[in-house]
Ligand binder design. Structure first.
Ligand SMILES: [Zn+2]
Length: 374
């Protein structure tokens, strides 16, 4: 066992609240299983530890001062019939233990090399009915100094959804678009991110996360708008939480509104991917809140541009009181760009051309909106 409590100078990274947890502490939560796997498809490679849970829990993560002992504390969580000691990948860790103390469960990882807490990723996955998976808490521990043995295929559909491969670029933009967008401040909000993966889809038995798709649309949209001379403000440009890990919905969404409000943006576009239990459902919806006379117009222009350029079912322009639409001080729209649970759509959303095509349609919508109000 690691002499953790005495030795650790606990650096608390976050008070973790799983997205679907209630603000009260989870009672009767239990770790029902632990799996681990060495993954060579990351750069660097990493060891993924996944704990199955019967419900969402509060968790905290900490590391000691030399960075050799990493710990995740699952509050008010008991340990089910699960092995308590693991010999995992010796490239990353010497020993992993699970223990229960005072009603909390501890995952302790003795690392072979010192690590920084920011490099260890902890995130939650909601239950996934299709894959028959429960609540999960996932810990990804990098294998430091290992050579990447896995080479990404250039056009692999499952990896192209990963925006980490996106390279900043400039686009050819019409002079009309330039004259309309020049100097406009536009805030782009790629939905979800970091500990919040958003909706989950599947390709070939692998999970696909909404947070990666929204970013893979937002990044080319950013560059198209910049190429037209707009000032683009992004709520995030990488796979991260905007407010902080495991935040409740309101502070997380307010942080996104703050980015737009503080930049005095002229328009706010939140990008999301929909999901539904019935996989035949697909289509795009533009949501707005009629807080100003221009919110509906923005939604209509974005929606129309989407229908003009994408072959996607029409689910209309709808009024709603989504947080980001209500709490932004400028005209704003929340675009649901198809269903991740639809087999045809998720292929398009994770292709190399799909997100770019969606970005182009959103770009056209913004050009049409700003030319309509000028
Ligand atoms: Zn979403």
């Amino acid at each position: 066992m690691i002499k953790r409590i005495i030795q650790l100078f606990l650096i608390l990274i976050a008070f973790l609240l799983l997205p679907s947890a209630s603000p009260s502490l989870a009672k009767d939560a239990q770790v029902t299983a632990l799996r681990w796997t060495s993954r060579n498809d990351g750069d660097p490679p990493f060891v993924r530890i996944a704990m199955d849970l019967n419900k969402a829990v509060h968790a905290e993560a900490a590391i000691d001062n030399p960075g050799k002992n990493f710990e995740v504390i699952l509050r008010n969580t008991s340990l089910g019939k699960v092995a308590t000691q693991y010999d995992m990948d010796p490239r990353a860790m010497d020993l992993v233990t699970l223990s229960e103390k005072d009603g909390d469960t501890y995952l302790d990882v003795a690392l072979t090399k010192p690590q920084k807490i920011d490099d260890i990723r902890v995130f939650a996955l909601r239950p996934d009915a299709k894959m028959k998976k429960p609540h999960r808490l996932v810990v990804d521990i990098p294998v430091i100094g290992a050579k990447q043995t896995y080479k990404k295929k250039a056009a692999a559909p499952s990896s192209s959804a990963s925006p980490s491969s996106y390279k900043k670029q400039s686009y050819n933009v019409s002079s009309d678009a330039k004259s309309v967008l020049k100097g406009k401040v536009i805030c782009i909000d790629p939905g979800h991110g970091g500990t919040d993966v958003g909706a989950i889809g599947h390709i070939g038995g692998k999970e696909v996360y909404e947070k990666n798709i929204t970013l893979s649309i937002a990044l080319p949209l950013r560059d198209m708008l910049k190429s037209a001379g707009a000032k683009v403000v992004m709520t995030r440009e990488t796979d991260k939480d905007v407010y902080g890990p495991w935040a409740d919905a309101d502070p997380e969404l307010q942080a996104r509104c703050d980015v737009a409000n503080e930049a005095h943006a002229d328009a706010f576009v939140s990008i999301h991917i929909d999901s539904f239990s019935n996989s035949s459902v697909d289509g795009t919806t533009a949501y707005y809140n009629a807080k100003s006379s221009k919110d509906l117009l923005l939604a209509q222009m974005m929606h129309q541009a989407t229908m003009n350029s994408l072959s996607i079912p029409d689910r209309g322009v709808k009024s709603n009181d989504f947080y980001v639409n209500v709490h932004t001080a400028m005209p704003s729209v929340l675009m649901e760009m198809g269903f991740i649970t639809n087999g045809h759509r998720v292929k398009m959303l994770t292709s190399t051309w799909g997100p770019r095509g969606i970005a182009q349609s959103l770009f056209n919508g913004l050009v049409n909106y700003f030319s309509a109000i000028s």
